[in-house]
Design a protein. Structure first.
Length: 134
């Protein structure tokens, strides 16, 4: 048991000193603190609040034809008009799509690091080192 602890600590020290990890960490912090990410978070929250999570009424139509779904369920939402709902939904989808590219790049970098280090140790260390502080 003690040997595993020493090994994990040694691996964490290697991770912390790895230039690829340091670069990845900086990119993650920059992205999660970026205006684009904060906008996605805020717009998505506003959208969820206004739809009151009532998409369960017809989840397929909600995904495939939001305008039709919204027209049928407008009174169940906090949108004043269908146009207001469509505008916010379009903003939400656009920012999600814009951020998707960087999220994929960050995921690819993390996966590459996972090929170098034990995935469980890397994930735990990354969460403690970065994600828990955002």
């Amino acid at each position: 048991f003690g040997c595993n602890l020493i090994t994990a600590q040694t691996i964490e020290e290697q991770i912390a000193a790895d230039p690829n990890y340091i670069s990845h960490k900086e990119k993650v912090i920059k992205f999660y603190n970026s205006e684009e990410n904060i906008n996605e978070y805020n717009i998505s929250n506003e959208f969820r609040e206004k739809t009151k999570n009532c998409k369960a009424r017809d989840p397929y139509k909600y995904q495939s034809n939001f305008e039709e779904w919204l027209t049928e369920n407008l009174t169940e939402t906090d949108f004043k008009t269908v146009e207001e709902g469509l505008k916010l939904n379009n903003e939400r989808r656009a920012i999600i799509k814009k951020n998707e590219t960087i999220k994929k790049e960050l995921a690819a970098e993390f996966n590459k690091l996972s090929q170098t280090y034990d995935s469980k140790i890397l994930t735990n260390y990354f969460f403690e080192d970065v994600m828990s502080k955002l």
